[in-house]
Design a binder for this molecule. Structure first.
Ligand SMILES: *[C@@H]1O[C@H](CO)[C@@H](O)[C@H](O)[C@H]1NC(C)=O
Ligand SMILES: *[C@@H]1O[C@H](CO)[C@@H](O)[C@H](O)[C@H]1NC(C)=O
Ligand SMILES: *[C@@H]1O[C@H](CO)[C@@H](O)[C@H](O)[C@H]1NC(C)=O
Ligand SMILES: *[C@@H]1O[C@H](CO)[C@@H](O)[C@H](O)[C@H]1NC(C)=O
Ligand SMILES: *[C@@H]1O[C@H](CO)[C@@H](O)[C@H](O)[C@H]1NC(C)=O
Ligand SMILES: *[C@@H]1O[C@H](CO)[C@@H](O)[C@H](O)[C@H]1NC(C)=O
Length: 202
């Protein structure tokens, strides 16, 4: 009996200590000219987690998404085109831009009516973009990648970071890599689309 009891206690102790041991602080990515160039081009959104009720609502709607960052005539500013499947609808949004503050690795997505702030986080793979979203006291994390699917390691890294931030599984949403929306469909006027289809990849 005593042995079993000790075994249970040890087992519990192991469970209780296992999670915090894996936690490493999120480290902001250094943003220099090289980083800026590396951010250009096409990214697939893969997962997002948030404590903010409104963001959770938005994340729930996103079936999948990809987006392009383009250089703009202003320094440290990217133009953005997002192609999203929201429920069953394809939505192309090119009405936003991102301004970057290098000093604190901050990227702000400006929409016509609102903006959201995130910090670019160092990730162990160069092919992912991890953003730590700060919205008052609410925290959030999202991961995008060059590839249409995440590797197991990339997925595990994201899950660990989410758990370490104290975000719950029900606050975490994963994109499907199926049924991506075409970009061309909503771009029947060819003015912009010709030059933006394949921007230089970093
Ligand atoms: C970074 O790029 C800007 C403009 O593109 C340029 O003025 C600046 O000299 C570059 N800095 C370095 C360290 O190369
Ligand atoms: C980043 O720096 C800018 C300019 O110094 C400041 O306005 C902004 O609040 C900072 N953002 C964060 C998240 O620290
Ligand atoms: C486009 O994206 C911006 C930034 O996220 C958002 O504010 C705006 O509402 C979006 N526009 C449409 C039409 O979805
Ligand atoms: C921005 O706000 C204006 C005025 O309230 C509204 O007409 C417009 O639809 C909004 N745009 C987006 C993208 O939400
Ligand atoms: C993505 O999925 C394909 C097919 O399922 C697989 O061959 C490829 O290795 C995956 N890529 C990554 C980065 O895991
Ligand atoms: C944005 O998309 C709309 C609708 O697809 C298109 O009419 C417009 O030309 C695009 N603007 C830019 C700057 O890409």
């Amino acid at each position: 009996m005593a042995l079993a009891f000790i075994a249970i206690i040890l087992g519990l102790a192991h469970l209780l200590t296992a999670k915090p041991l894996d936690c490493e602080p999120l480290v902001p990515e250094t943003i220099d000219n090289t980083t800026m160039t590396k951010l250009l081009g096409k990214w697939f959104y893969h997962a997002g987690a948030s404590q903010h009720p409104r963001t959770i609502q938005e994340l729930e709607l996103i079936k999948n998404a990809y987006y392009f960052l383009y250089p703009s005539s202003h320094q440290d500013t990217f133009l953005v085109t997002e192609v999203m499947r929201l429920k069953d609808n394809c939505v192309v949004n090119n009405s936003s831009y991102i301004s970057v503050i290098r000093d604190n690795s901050t990227m702000t997505l400006h929409g016509p009516n609102e903006s959201s702030v995130a910090q670019l986080i160092k990730s162990s793979s160069g092919d992912t973009m991890t953003l730590y979203h700060i919205d008052g006291t609410h925290r959030g994390l999202s991961v995008s990648a060059r590839a249409q699917n995440l590797s197991t390691e990339q997925l595990e890294e994201f899950k660990t970071q989410v758990a370490c931030l104290g975000l719950k599984e029900e606050e975490t949403f994963y994109a499907s890599d199926k049924d991506l929306c075409p970009m061309e469909e909503e771009r029947d006027d060819k003015k912009h689309s010709v030059e933006v289809v394949e921007p230089p990849l970093g």
